[in-house]
Design a protein around this ligand. Structure first.
Ligand SMILES: Nc1ncnc2c1ncn2[C@@H]1O[C@H](COP(=O)(O)OP(=O)(O)OP(=O)(O)O)[C@@H](O)[C@H]1O
Length: 305
């Protein structure tokens, strides 16, 4: 479990993280989302003790990272997959980490196999493709067999196969009961990977919960109805918890009633329906709506909106 409580970070006059509170639960993959400059990396750096909060705190299992004994056995971190000695082999890179953290050598070979780098373990890491480098970064994060994994942009720049691999690997780790927390500014990638979401903008919490809850919080499900009896149907649907918008003489958008309920009502009153369709916005659209006012460098059209 990761817990942020009123976490705040200021750099001079600039507030990078602003009174941020959220929890990340074990057993699922949680995506940490926000546009560029939202404060994701700063939050992750504070999580792993590379930066000090100005106020508030962020803990792993109730303890601050720097208070953990054997931190690699508790938290696996991938902040920058490019941060390897380019002349060293993949195996030597992991051995160096294992030796400095008193981790057994056999674990190095285990994680190399786990991430599919066993066959190239003795090749120079400097010659690795982006995807192989990302695998090596994940292997390093897994070395201490930690219960919590923190990954900053692990799918950045990966091809679809690479994204699929990261997705499967993280899902398996979460299914094992681990806490998996990964950041991205790309909703399209995270929508394939994350069960839960924490969305921030300009350092502040914008939304948190399951992906479905986050979508529902911005846009309730709408049912599009096309009927020659639209006006009568709109009257029949009226109620305190229902919103009906007439788009033209035959088309209604209804919120607060399911397609099944509307269909049953129409059938009971003998009204013809030509279309009855549930419309949900995608996670991508939800993300755009949630973060619209919080993008640091919007395009001209976004700013003008
Ligand atoms: N060391 C620093 N000194 C001053 N300002 C900083 C520092 N680190 C980050 N910032 C500022 O804090 C804000 C948050 O940056 P951060 O890198 O955490 O965002 P991010 O969500 O990770 O963005 P991206 O998706 O672009 O990586 C930005 O406005 C950034 O310019």
């Amino acid at each position: 479990m990761i817990t942020a409580e009123h976490l705040t970070k200021r750099y001079g006059g600039r507030t990078a993280v602003d009174d941020l509170s959220f929890t990340v639960r074990p057993g699922v993959v949680t995506g940490f989302l926000g546009p560029n400059g939202a404060g994701k990396s700063t939050t992750m750096r504070m999580l792993v003790g590379l930066d000090e909060p100005t106020s508030g705190r962020i803990t792993v299992g109730g303890r601050r990272y720097r208070d953990l004994r054997d931190p690699l056995r508790h938290v696996g971190i991938l902040l920058d997959a490019g941060a390897v000695h380019r002349g060293r082999s993949a195996r030597d890179h992991l051995l160096a980490i294992a030796h400095t953290h008193s981790l057994p050598v056999r674990r190095v070979d285990e994680v190399l196999d786990l991430v599919g780098l066993g066959a190239v373990a003795r090749r120079r890491a400097g010659g690795f493709s982006l995807g192989m480098g990302q695998r090596l970064g994940i292997a390093a994060a897994l070395l201490g067999d930690p219960q919590v994994l923190v990954l900053d942009e692990p799918v950045n720049g990966l091809d679809p196969d690479g994204v699929l691999w990261v997705r499967r690997t993280l899902a398996d780790l979460a299914a094992d009961g681990r806490t998996v927390f990964l950041s991205s500014h790309l909703m399209s990638e995270l929508s394939l990977i994350a069960d839960d979401l924490v969305v921030i903008g300009q350092g502040r919490l914008l939304a948190a919960g399951t992906a479905q809850d986050v979508i529902a919080s911005v846009a309730p499900t709408t049912v599009r109805v096309v009927s020659p009896d639209a006006a009568a149907l709109a009257t029949a649907l009226q109620g305190a918890d229902v919103s009906v918008t007439a788009l033209d003489r035959e088309t209604l958008d209804v919120q607060g009633r399911s397609a099944r309920e509307i269909g049953a009502l129409a059938a009971a009153r003998g009204m013809a329906l030509h279309e009855l369709a549930t419309r949900r916005i995608s996670l991508e659209e939800a993300f755009m709506q949630i973060t619209r006012d919080a993008v640091e460098y919007g395009t001209v059209t976004e700013v003008a909106r």
